[in-house]
Design a protein around this ligand. Sequence first.
Ligand SMILES: [Fe+2]
Ligand SMILES: [Fe+2]
Length: 378
Amino acid sequence: MGIDAGSGGKVEDLHFFYEQVKQVHGRGLWQTEGTAKKAATLPYLWKFEDFRPLLFKATEMVPIELAERRVLVMANPGITSDWQASSTMLANLQIILPGEVARSHRHSASALRLVIEGTGAYTAVNGEKSYMEPGDFVTTPNWTWHDHGNEGDSAMIWLDGLDVPLIQATETNFYEVYEAEQYPIVTPDDMSIRLFGGGALKPSWVKHNQYFSPLLNYKFTKTYETLKAMSEHTDGSPHDGISVEYANPMTGGPALATIACFASLLAPGLRTKAHRHTGGTIYHVIKGKGRSIIQGKVFHWSEKDTFVVPSWHWHEHQAESESVLFSYSDSPVITPLGLYYEEALKEDNGHQKIEGTFEALPVPERGGGVQQRRTHSK
Ligand SMILES: [Fe+2]
Ligand SMILES: [Fe+2]
């Protein structure tokens, strides 16, 4: 349908003009929110003590065969969808009981695990098992077959971090279930730790031309030992304390193609200086107790809690006892595009004015109903 210029070439009524543009599925750019659109992700904190009993309740209510993965998501109340923690990432809690297997599948979304409770369960990636312990950081790179099994005698709980909202936004979301419950084991257990867990020593004969780290499990014992050794002679970053990135040992790049992951050691009483940067960050408390001040609001956290700092929000941390914060960020996506900006707070010696304390928000109305996963099959 063409646009009729109007009778006699007169200037058209503005509303009539807008309607004509609308009829061809168009819109004046000046009518849209455009660059003024505000971020939806709210700074938010989920207490583990609220979720733990619900996870165990889920083991009674929901058989693993039905759920495929027995997972409770931590939903950000600022976001319309009811299952994402930030604009680009998920933060989920998964529980698996002794003897259970979470069947093999793969997806184009990248995933990570940060182990919270229990021992004896493994994650298998492309046929290699890695047994997990609390504090371990485990990678499940995009499009790798993976299953989980619990061979121990207690429940295991871990945090799952994924980039699904980002993958959905780019319409590159693929998902496939493996034909059997478990992918065959083809590699000795923890082979990736043997090959790639040597820090600066990497195998010279192995070529690994992938976007993600070949190391499947960064053991917490080693991470903690490294952080403690560093802390003996330096205070580290003014914003993050003694902070290390879980790097791809072959390239020095991020552990996952789209997600950079970090561990930060904060000495008791230490208060970092505030900064803000682009890129959303999800934090999980591996160890300790303290508070973070996000955009002037105090968020009290303790062991096993999870919280989100949205893009371009001022934040600083203060540890009450020795603390280790795990964090993951979408910075590998925005940095190569020239979209990473960072700024340190100059006023008040780098500390924000405190304007309130975080309180849980009411659950927003989101339209309700059970939604199907929307993915491509491949
Ligand atoms: Fe998965
Ligand atoms: Fe930061």
